[in-house]
Design a protein around this ligand. Sequence first.
Ligand code: CO
Length: 225
Amino acid sequence: MREITKLLQGNKAWAEEIVAREPNFFKRLSKQQTPEYLWIGCADSRVPATNLVNLDPGEMFVHRNVANVVIHTDLNCLSALQYAVDVLRVGHIIVCGHYGCGGVTAALDNLKLGLIDNWLRHIQDVMEKHKTTLAAISEKEARMDRLCELNVIEQVINVCQTTVVQGAWERGHDLTVHGLIYGLSDGRLRELDIRVSSQNEVIPAWENAISSLTSKAETLREKYA
Ligand code: CO
């Protein structure tokens, strides 16, 4: 009970602070949302989507799951994607992974955690696809970092290959898909070398992103540390 009281008190302080800054903030937002971005990120409590990019409520539509995975049969993710693209008309979709992701670690270590092993099997597919690259990295943490980066790139491609995004591009909707990765230890986002704005760019963008990433021994985390 005490824990919930803490949340209610925190909410009151938060709402009051916003109203002090802009008295009509919530009234304005209650009428409509017009976010420019869809964020697909990890459910990890240390990666608070809207906060870490310093946006206000109403500015970013958010879908989070364990290890920021995009699967073509996941109606939850696809519904969020379709609503954001077709109804809210977002211009940018961001897939954001993070270093030290528990889901990616569990997949890499082949941990047996229960039901979630089935979900993480998709990360193991990414591992399998890039096994030569990963096997060449001897240090465990660096291998883990690289898998987190590769997972973002593969999930960006999965977003691009959904019926939702393909249909939007066919209709001439101005829509770009981006890949970012977040550092838990410094609070900073890094942009992976992938931005896709049309169907024709999907395969070249994937090839370019993978070669740009794997040609460097250091990960983006190390580069910007
Ligand atoms: Co995570």
